[in-house]
Design a protein around this ligand. Structure first.
Ligand SMILES: [Zn+2]
Length: 259
């Protein structure tokens, strides 16, 4: 993004810091939400020794590195999920600053990123997609379309079509593999991408989702031996790239067409 007075590089530092703060929120949210724990109440504590965590324990990424991935009080190992989620959110916030085409899209993309990361993490860890997060994402997607081509009806028709495609994929996968493919959560997620996706980007989105899905599936199988296809993280990654890069892809296409 370039406002003339402030552009991508100048935004990298403040957005990186903001990304770490939101990343820290996402680690807590993605841990508590699927366990039915309150998101706003109750302070973080070490799951091993129960020690209340204070400021020095809670600096994103840095605390984990300085304390060598262990609790300061009982030395119990702290999962790498914390720095990984915080680092990922930070990287996405910085990338958003470079890619978003205007301030409204930047703000919407920054608002969509934490629920998207949380959904991907919760799906990987618990194989579910909480409706609360899907609803937040759907509302932001409608706002995104409203700020873009304003064709809300196109968004709703696209959402309906994506939902039908999702149900079709699930039925097809069931018929071929004999087990459930896209769950209802995945289908809802698939449908809500239609709310925001630019009409010209649908094929790009589907191609990207298919390619990333295969890559994720192979890597996941290699790392964890799990044969479960990571639908939601795949859909979310393709969705984020297409939304963030819409303007960037447009410019590249224009440059190519001008030879
Ligand atoms: Zn501890």
């Amino acid at each position: 993004m370039n406002f003339g007075f402030v552009d991508g590089p100048a935004l990298a530092l403040p957005l990186g810091a903001l990304g770490l703060i939101f990343g820290s929120f996402v680690t807590a949210l993605s841990y508590r939400l699927p366990r039915g724990e309150s998101i706003v109440h109750g302070r973080s504590h070490c799951p091993a020794c129960g020690h209340m965590l204070t400021a020095p324990d809670l600096v994103p990424v840095l605390s984990w590195v300085v304390q060598k991935g262990a609790c300061r009080h009982c030395r119990a190992k702290i999962s790498g999920r914390y720095p990984a989620i915080e680092g990922l959110t930070m990287a996405l916030f910085v990338a958003a600053g470079f890619l978003a085409k205007d301030l409204a899209h930047l703000i919407l993309l920054l608002a969509m990123t934490p629920p998207m990361v949380a959904l991907a993490v919760i799906d990987l860890e618990h194989q579910k997609l909480p409706n609360t997060l899907l609803l937040v994402l759907a509302v932001l997607a409608v706002a995104w379309r409203w700020h873009g081509d304003q064709a809300l009806w196109v968004g709703f028709v696209a959402a309906l079509l994506m939902g039908i495609v999702g149900l079709g994929l699930d039925a097809g996968y069931r018929a071929v593999a004999g087990k459930s493919g896209l769950g209802m959560g995945d289908t809802k997620l698939f449908a809500l991408t239609g709310l925001a996706l630019p009409v010209g980007a649908f094929l790009l989105f589907l191609a990207l989702a298919a390619t990333l899905g295969l890559a994720f599936g192979v890597i996941r199988r290699w790392l964890t031996g799990s044969s479960r296809f990571p639908f939601a993280p795949t859909i979310l990654t393709a969705y984020w790239i297409v939304l963030a890069g819409a303007d960037f892809f447009d410019q590249k296409l224009v440059m190519l067409s001008r030879g």
